[in-house]
Design a protein around this ligand. Structure first.
Ligand code: P6P
Length: 335
């Protein structure tokens, strides 16, 4: 029987990857895992608890109706970061402004975390997979002072670590620190994330495309051409066309593509000219993971992780997945 490696053991074993690391990042990753276990418990019982399903009755800065679990998950992660001592401030999809933590304990933290606490939360009430996405940066401001907006507004190329938690048929945490990608499955019987997907690689090519095709006539006509001529044809050597799979939950679509190969497209449209997905806490972290696993993440025209952010909740068009599929789709764009 193979030895079970828990996430905590894995993080400790890999701590040596970080020269001069004194364990702060290890503790921060462990803190994220603990918060994720609590959120997973809440997600899996949401239908049984009065205040867990449905709308919160408030609109976030995105102009989206907050779900009750959005706020519950957001608070869970914020409290974990606030009390952990490694994080001096955060930015979250659910909070209008970034949040510098008060007090010397937090202001000595070396890192900032940007996250989407519960992506795809409109799927909660219909019991479809949802996820948490996080991005970790080293602070730019002086240790011992309040976190600044500049700490949050760094290009994706400066991420120290990034990951996601998928609350799916099982709960998985997948992350990278720039030394490859590893996936951990939560064993509810022992309450531990255990290594289940070591050294994850995204297949260079796939046969699955994920896009809300309701947008296909209000975006770059090259995308429709790509879908019709590459995805919806029986190509040479194939017995059938590609499969369209769109869950409406980015983390779930992204994770499937990590395992099976595929492309996820959320382009600029006449309704959302900048695209829908947020650069800092959705596109960048998944781009880091995609590239670390051999995949690609672009706006259709430029590498996601090269973008210098201009706004905290900035949106960008998003093409992410198997390298050859993203390159192929980009070649059809008319600009
Ligand atoms: P649409 C969820 O709100 C999300 O941010 C992603 O998880 C998902 O892929 C996308 O938006 C769904 O958007 O416009 O297709 O409903």
């Amino acid at each position: 029987m193979n030895k079970v490696t828990t996430l905590h053991e894995f993080i400790m074993d890999r701590q040596a990857d970080f020269p001069f690391a004194s364990g702060e990042l290890s503790r921060l990753l462990s803190d994220i895992a603990v918060a994720s276990k609590v959120v997973s418990k809440d997600v899996r019982r949401a239908g049984l608890l009065d205040n867990f399903l449905g709308k919160q009755g408030s609109i976030n800065i995105q102009g989206e109706e907050q779900q009750k679990l959005d706020v519950i998950a957001d608070n869970q992660f914020i409290n974990m970061f606030k009390t952990g001592g490694e994080v001096c401030g955060i930015a979250s999809e659910e909070n209008d402004e970034f949040m510098p933590f008060e007090g010397e304990f937090s202001q000595n933290g070396k890192y900032v975390v940007l996250f989407d606490p519960l992506d795809g939360s409109t799927n909660i009430d219909v019991n479809v997979s949802i996820g948490t996405i996080f991005s970790i940066y080293r602070r730019q401001s002086k240790v011992g002072t309040p976190a600044t907006l500049e700490d949050m507004m760094q290009s994706g190329a400066k991420q120290i670590a990034a990951g996601y938690v998928l609350y799916g048929s099982s709960t998985m945490m997948v992350y990278t620190t720039g030394k490859g990608v590893n996936g951990f499955t939560l064993d509810p019987y022992i309450g531990e994330f255990c290594l289940s997907h070591p050294d994850m690689r995204m297949p260079e090519m796939g046969r699955i495309y994920a896009m809300n095709e309701g947008n296909v006539n209000i975006c770059d006509p090259g995308i429709k051409e790509y879908i019709e001529s590459k995805c919806q044809q029986i190509l040479e050597g194939a017995s059938r066309p590609y499969s369209g799979r769109y869950i409406g939950s980015l983390v779930a679509d992204f994770h499937r593509n990590m395992i099976k190969g595929g492309i996820y497209i959320y382009p600029s449209t006449t309704v959302d000219p900048e695209g829908k997905l947020r650069l800092l806490y959705e596109c960048n972290p998944l781009a880091f993971i995609a590239e670390q696993a051999g995949g690609l993440a672009t706006t259709g025209h430029e590498r996601i992780m090269d973008i210098e952010p201009t706004r905290l909740h900035q949106r960008v068009p998003y093409f992410v997945g198997s390298k050859k599929m993203v390159e192929q789709a980009m070649s059809y764009l008319k600009g």
